[in-house]
Write a protein that binds this ligand. Structure first.
Ligand SMILES: NC(=O)c1ccc[n+]([C@@H]2O[C@H](COP(=O)([O-])OP(=O)(O)OC[C@H]3O[C@@H](n4cnc5c(N)ncnc54)[C@H](O)[C@@H]3O)[C@@H](O)[C@H]2O)c1
Length: 247
């Protein structure tokens, strides 16, 4: 049983790395010995994160807009060039905006689908042929993708797509690569502040554990699914939501 969470010699490509959950995943993966290719929209934010992580020999940062298929290919090439391998992919980039379906513009719909769903497809496609046998993908989906989300139809549709895409990839990349999703509930960070301002007390009352989750708790679940401890788990969606939604 020893060493299951040792990522020494392994390489993770992580999108949305400068976000709350992304940074926690990067920190945990590095702490367990792995190397990280960290991507996000802002190179400045990535530089700040890399400085904070303070492991320059095991970190490569790449400015990356996930809505670009070419950029996804470039990230994979950069990872191979720097580290010579890719073992793990975590797609953490995401955008969560308020809009009812009735009032949503075409541009709002398109932007959400482009970031939250197209971006996951581009990254998984780019990485698929390069992932080492025994590797794994974890796509960060959402509670919204499981049950829908009032005032976030574009986001919920995209995250539902991520869940279906993950199950499909679990078939297509088996048996060499496992593919799972994480569906966070309400997690501390900037993304949920508008929702908490509008409906925070009611949502906490519906949550058996009675609090927000932390980015570190999402990171732990993600690293479990990447690790050999999850070696017989593929096509699964792990709910990290304090019981707010149970299936
Ligand atoms: N925070 C929550 O409660 C919660 C709940 C469910 C799901 N999630 C999902 O978890 C993931 C991380 O969320 P978070 O809470 O850390 O949010 P966050 O806003 O802190 O991080 C999201 C990151 O995605 C990046 N990003 C946005 N558009 C991008 C683009 N076009 N290209 C590249 N990067 C882009 C942002 O720059 C940011 O760093 C997201 O996929 C989100 O949908 C979060």
């Amino acid at each position: 049983m020893s060493g299951a969470f040792d990522f020494s010699g392994k390489v993770l490509v992580l999108t949305g790395a400068a976000g709350s959950i992304g940074a926690a995943i990067a920190r945990a993966y590095l702490a367990l010995g792995g190397s990280c290719v960290l991507t996000d929209l802002s190179q400045t934010a990535l530089d700040g994160l890399a400085k904070d992580l303070n492991t320059p020999d095991r970190v490569l940062t790449v400015q990356h807009d996930v809505t670009s298929p070419e950029a996804a290919n470039a990230v994979v090439e950069a990872a191979i060039q720097r580290f010579g391998r890719i073992d793990h992919l975590v797609t953490g980039a995401g955008l969560y905006r308020d809009a009812t379906v009735a009032t949503m513009s075409d541009a709002e719909w398109r932007q959400s689908i482009a970031i939250n769903l197209d971006g996951v497809f581009y990254c998984c496609r780019a990485a698929a042929a390069h992932l080492e046998p025994g590797g794994a993908i974890v796509n960060i989906a959402s509670l919204a993708g499981q049950r829908g989300s009032k005032d976030h139809g574009h986001y919920a549709a995209a995250k539902g797509g991520v869940l279906s895409l993950s199950r499909t990839l679990a078939w297509e990349l088996a048996p060499d690569v496992r593919v799972n999703a994480i569906s966070p509930g309400l997690i501390e960070g900037p993304m949920v502040q508008p929702l908490l301002a509008a409906r925070g007390p009611a949502l906490m009352a519906q949550t058996p554990l009675g609090r927000l989750g932390t980015a570190e708790e999402v990171a732990k679940a993600t690293l479990f699914l990447l690790s050999d401890w999850a070696s017989f788990i593929t096509g699964e969606s792990l709910q990290v939501n304090g019981g707010l939604y149970m299936t």
